[in-house]
Design a binder for this molecule. Structure first.
Ligand SMILES: [Zn+2]
Length: 112
């Protein structure tokens, strides 16, 4: 098994991707939570709260879209291809992959 010490820049980019990945999952959980809270507010005094929840859900939805698009389209810092998709047939992709689908660079910086 080959082990190389990744450069600082490469490691920073992987850390950035790892951070965005966490933001995505936390946003999805937040969206579900906001949805549930909004759905079960039936008391008339709290109806106005639903407007704020709507805007919060909208904001979280934008975060989900932006982070998801970043995760899907960002390039691998080592091989230059998309981190989560193969450029050639068979077009495999895994947006939430912990390693580059093309070269195998893992999010923690270790190589296969
Ligand atoms: Zn790669």
């Amino acid at each position: 098994m080959e082990t190389e010490i990744p450069s600082k820049e490469l490691k920073a980019k992987l850390k950035n991707r790892s951070w965005v990945r966490k933001v995505f999952f936390i946003s999805v959980l937040a969206f579900i939570l906001i949805w549930c809270v909004g759905a079960f507010i039936l008391v008339d005094e709290l109806i106005e709260l639903r407007n704020y929840l709507f805007y919060a859900a909208l904001f979280v939805w934008v975060v989900i879209l932006a982070s998801g698009l970043y995760l899907h389209n960002a390039k691998c810092p080592r091989c230059g291809n998309k981190y989560s998709a193969q450029p050639k047939w068979p077009y495999m992709f895994n947006t939430f992959s912990r390693k580059c689908i093309n070269c195998g660079l893992k999010l923690d910086g270790s190589y296969i």
